[in-house]
Design a binder for this molecule. Structure first.
Ligand code: GDP
Length: 625
């Protein structure tokens, strides 16, 4: 049985971690990095530390390290196969993100693959064990792979030994699978660069940082050397945050080569970017004037943005607008809104209210018809998107702090919409504003969910280490593993936060489909029992009608299953993946139209700073294009 399987980048970002015991693996992984990976041994290899055997595989293209740990008394013959298979699967699955150096993955998608690959490797191992053992041929042996030169003892080696500067040879043995096994103990490991390696058992961060710096240095050398320079896309460099002796700074460094000092400077740029209120979303769009001008062009179809209003060309001036005049315009407008991802029912409702406003109106010139229709629609849309009530989290959190209680926010939504990722971004924003945060891992359902939050917690503390905040840890994870009652865990977390004077609790809940009654009941219970200050629904900007369906059903379930006369429903929306939709901004309209609740945050990417607030005018501009 495997005790640990983890994938981390050589830059120190833990991408995946599956742990089946509560044992602390940090010293062993640290020893592996220090004694083996920093030595740049390639291929599948194994290393023993304390009671554990660690086997690893490197992916040099994406600079990933796959590590498995298990009790060394076990003879697990399938680990090589498992490492090879999982490596290939992970690369295939996340190739696109890896190529773009995006380190947030949909971990949920990988849980099933991990389990299947492990199961089939275990089965393979069992079959192998049943097969009669055959003696290894000379060609299969390690000896056959040695060159004659490697067996000749050189004079330099002898001199080194005499002078005591010997780089001690590792005691390399072969286990029954033919895998190289490094015997435990620093004195038996071939240390090529002793000054450079930190020998402290618990200095994982430091060693990862060294690993990262070494990679960076190599890349810089490579870029400097004209011989090795290749045309085409240059690999992106991920590094550790400058003075943060910890795992990750999620900021992508610049592609252009720079001096090492400069790079470290650039990495720390992430810190401090989110102080104060969150910045408004910017959506690219043409100006009003340009669009109206488009309508008056002789060939409007050649210009982008003229589509919807060019139909007004058919209207004559100085007349009263009738339903017949408006029908073709509104029909076209409805299609346009649907094409921009506004839910179809809502597009119809919007057009009907527009008709009511415009019918009977006497208009002047042609341009004024265009601008009247456009202004009327713009005003309606801006009104829909403008929050009816202001959600000021920083202010409310200060208030709660003064009252001596934590401010509690809960996140709900269907699977894969970005709940955990955006929770982590919000957490980053809060700690940038000096709030201490407790993340309550109440997704006790999806394998990997707790680990994903643990990884974020580590990254966030790396960006804001305790020593920079009066020795207070800025983010903690409250977790009770899987299968437990989420409402109970949330309650314990809130109590813990109160006792520990933690300012804010962020409750991550399991993703659930809006039609899954048992899970919706559980969510209603969590909210009823814990009464968070803010209940946020997380939804994707990519979906139109579907987003509305989700939101309506979540709201309804919270009402129906709360058994309360005054049920708590959704207070606000987090609209994620806004960076992926171009100008198809309709989901924002649909969601606010249907609930009347504000879009509190907009997710615009996969780094901690990709969090914005909605700018109603900018969104409407994009919608009108
Ligand atoms: P959860 O199942 O709802 O917790 O979803 P995750 O937080 O695991 O996110 C699912 C996927 O969406 C991950 O690959 C995230 O990196 C990605 N994601 C989340 N938010 C954004 C965003 O604002 N923009 C983009 N492009 N991707 C996002």
């Amino acid at each position: 049985m495997l005790d640990l399987f983890t994938i981390f980048s050589k830059g120190g970002i833990v991408l995946w971690c599956f742990q089946s015991t509560s044992q602390l693996f940090k010293p062993s992984v640290n020893a592996l990095i220090r004694s083996v990976i920093l030595q740049e041994r390639t291929g599948v290899s194994a290393y023993e530390h304390d009671s554990l055997r660690l086997q690893y595989k490197l992916d040099n293209e994406f600079e990933l390290v796959f590590v498995v740990a298990y009790q060394k008394i076990l003879q697990l013959s399938y680990v090589d196969k498992f490492l090879n298979d999982i490596h290939l699967e992970f690369r295939d699955k996340f190739k696109n993100q890896l190529e773009k150096s995006q380190w947030f993955f949909d971990y949920g998608k990988f849980v099933g693959d991990y389990q299947n690959i492990l199961m089939s490797a275990e089965q393979w191992g069992k079959q192998q064990a049943k097969m009669p053992k055959q003696m290894r041929t000379f060609d299969e042996s390690a000896k056959s792979k040695k060159t004659v030169a490697s067996m000749i003892e050189r004079k330099d080696d002898k001199d080194d030994k005499k002078s005591g500067k010997s780089k001690k040879k590792a005691a390399v043995t072969l286990d029954e699978n033919g895998t190289h096994v490094q015997e435990n103990g620093n004195d038996q490991v071939n240390i090529t660069n002793e000054d450079d390696i930190d020998s402290g058992e618990n200095s994982l961060e430091l060693n990862l940082k060294k690993l990262s710096q070494r990679i960076t240095k190599k890349k810089i050398d490579k870029q400097k050397s004209p011989k090795t320079e290749k045309a085409g896309k240059k690999p992106r460099v991920w590094e550790l945050g400058g003075t943060n002796k910890d795992l990750a700074n999620l900021e992508r460094t610049r592609d252009k080569p720079a001096e090492e000092g400069e790079r470290i400077q650039a990495n720390t740029a992430l810190i401090g970017q989110m102080r104060g209120g969150i910045r408004d979303l910017e959506v690219e769009s043409d100006s009003d004037e340009e669009e109206i001008e488009v309508v008056t062009q002789t060939k409007p179809e050649k210009k982008s943005g003229g589509g919807m209003f060019s139909v007004l060309k058919g209207l004559v001036s100085n007349k009263q607008l009738t339903s017949t005049d408006l029908d073709p315009v509104l029909e076209k407008m409805k299609d346009h809104l649907i094409a921009k991802n506004v839910a179809s029912d809502i597009s119809v409702s919007l057009c009907n209210s527009l008709r009511a406003k415009l019918e009977g109106k006497v208009l002047g010139t042609f341009e004024s018809i265009a601008s009247t229709v456009k202004t009327t629609l713009t005003d309606s849309l801006v009104q829909i998107l403008s929050p009816k009530r202001r959600v000021d989290i920083l202010r409310d959190a200060y208030e709660a702090k003064k009252e001596g209680r934590p401010y509690v926010m809960s996140f709900c939504g269907v699977n894969g919409v970005g709940k955990s990722t955006n929770l982590a971004k919000i957490c980053f924003w809060l700690i940038e504003n000096n709030f201490r945060v407790l993340i309550a891992a109440c997704d006790t359902f999806r394998a990997g969910a707790v680990e994903q939050l643990r990884t974020h917690t580590r990254h966030l503390n790396a960006l804001h280490p305790a020593e920079k905040h009066g020795n207070s840890t800025m983010v903690q994870l409250f977790e009770k593993g899987y299968g437990k009652d989420a409402a109970g865990i949330a309650m314990e977390a809130i109590r813990f936060a109160k006792e520990s004077r933690i300012d804010i609790v962020l409750i991550d809940t399991a993703g659930r489909m809006q039609d899954n009654e048992p899970l919706m009941r559980a969510l209603a219970k969590l909210i009823k029992v814990n009464q968070p200050d803010l209940v946020l629904f997380v939804g994707e900007a990519l979906v139109g009608n579907e987003a509305v369906d989700q939101l309506v059903k979540f709201n309804r379930a919270l009402e129906d299953f709360s058994n309360s006369a005054t049920p708590r429903t959704i207070d606000g929306i987090v609209l994620t993946k806004f960076d992926t939709i171009d100008d198809k901004v309709g989901a924002a309209i649909s969601m606010t139209y249907i609930t009347g609740q504000p879009i509190v945050f907009v997710g615009t990417g996969q780094t901690y700073t990709d969090l914005k607030t909605l700018n109603a005018k900018a969104v409407v501009h994009a919608l009108m294009k």
